[in-house]
Design a protein around this ligand. Structure first.
Ligand SMILES: Cc1ncc(COP(=O)(O)O)c(C=O)c1O
Length: 393
């Protein structure tokens, strides 16, 4: 299909809420994508941080195909072997601190589940979250989101929100009173501009929440599954949440997400409090099991830490040579942001990079975000990064 035909079909039939890149992607292998015209691209955003094993990893493809030929869907009224295996694997991911989980199909559904769960567990209905946070676009997630551009169009449908500055313990302490069900925060804000909090912020939040019986929720949808150099992003600090959410990398490209919680929180729910037709189906669970097995076997979290440090070094070198262009570099593991001084330079970059055969993302106006597959070959990573930097400098 030619680009022109794709545009025509979209214009006639799509609900136009997304600005598309001018390419029809037909195939992905590892860190490379190919479009309908046969052009190849180096992919530095991995399906928005999702394809942590690269595109079409042979073991993931095999696991999905085999499971599809066996059993795809049962609903949760039956036990299924892939789901039971996944529940154990998710508990292991938190070293047993969050032994219970519920499986859903997308990150935003996981956040909706958290809103309900925290209400169930505390009987409270206020939630505190942080400026610039992103938690998804369903109504439950929008009541938490800290970005006005997503929240404002639907403000009439949402309760008042309590949003405090990120990385500010004093503000958190003032907002978290005895009627707050949960404090919800990303260990590193992804969509908000790769904002890394000061060491000790997460542990400080733990103390604040404990003082008022408020649940601490880490949204790990972008930072989890090894991306930030540890299996879960919060494990950079000695802290345990009451609830965490996972999505994106969990299925390596297959839609699956989860919310995890402690024994104490799980004890507060009743049969019928929540449910889903598709969530935790055997096919999705088989995909997630394969991702988690490969993540552990190949220590992709450690690889993300090492390669991420090299990537940060390369970006910092560039910053040193171009202080007029670059404000700062920040990130952890394979979630790195190059913060440009000028939004217009950033805005035009993805299209210019695409024309040069590289897929790169810009978030929060002027942050060039690198979040490739965790197993991206080092040569591919630096070839792509160098080409992006050459376009800037
Ligand atoms: C931190 C965070 N939470 C939640 C979501 C929403 O996930 P989904 O798009 O799967 O609904 C995202 C997506 O970018 C995210 O980055």
């Amino acid at each position: 299909m030619k680009l022109e035909d794709a545009r025509n079909t979209e214009q006639k039939h799509f609900i136009p809420v997304v600005k598309r890149h001018p390419a029809v992607i037909v195939e992905g292998r590892g860190a490379r994508l190919r479009d309908a015209d046969g052009r190849e691209y180096l992919d530095l955003m991995a399906g928005w941080g999702v394809c942590c094993l690269g595109h079409s990893h042979p073991e993931l493809v095999r696991a999905i195909s085999e499971q599809a030929g066996k059993l795809m869907q049962t609903t949760n009224i039956f036990y299924s072997l892939p789901q039971l295996e996944l529940l154990e694997r998710l508990s292991d991911l938190s070293n047993g601190a969050l032994p219970h989980s519920f499986l859903v199909n997308s990150g935003t559904e996981a956040m909706d589940g958290v809103v309900k769960l925290a209400h169930r567990a505390t009987g409270r209905r206020r939630y505190v979250s942080t400026h610039n946070s992103f938690h998804g676009r369903s109504l439950g997630a929008l009541r938490l989101i800290g970005q006005a551009k997503h929240r404002e169009p639907y403000a009439a449908l949402l309760p008042e929100s309590d949003i405090v500055p990120f990385d500010d313990l004093d503000a958190a302490a003032r907002a978290v009173t005895r009627d707050v069900a949960a404090f919800v925060v990303e260990p590193i804000q992804g969509e908000g501009g790769v904002n890394v909090p000061t060491d000790g912020y997460l542990a400080g939040l733990r103390e604040i929440c404990d003082a008022s019986g408020t649940l601490l929720v880490f949204d790990e949808i972008q930072t989890g599954i090894g991306r930030c150099g540890t299996p879960l992003g919060y494990q950079h600090e000695a802290v345990q949440p009451d609830i965490a959410t996972l999505g994106k990398g969990l299925g390596g490209g297959f839609p699956v997400a989860a919310f995890l919680c402690t024994d104490a929180v799980a004890e507060t729910v009743q049969i019928g409090d929540h449910g889903t037709t598709y969530g935790g189906n055997p096919l999705a669970a088989a995909a997630a099991n394969t991702v988690l097995r490969i993540l552990a076997q190949e220590r992709l979290d450690q690889r993300a830490a090492e390669l991420g440090a090299k990537l940060q070094g390369r970006l910092r070198d560039f910053q040193t040579r171009h202080t007029d262009l670059v404000e700062t570099v920040r990130g952890r593991g394979l979630l790195q942001g190059l913060v440009l001084r000028q939004a217009d330079k950033a805005a035009e970059l993805p299209a210019r990079a695409l024309a040069d055969g590289v897929v790169v993302n810009v978030t929060a106006g002027r942050v060039v975000r690198f979040f490739p597959a965790l197993n991206i070959p080092e040569d591919d990573l630096f070839e792509g990064v160098d080409r992006v930097l050459a376009l800037l400098g």
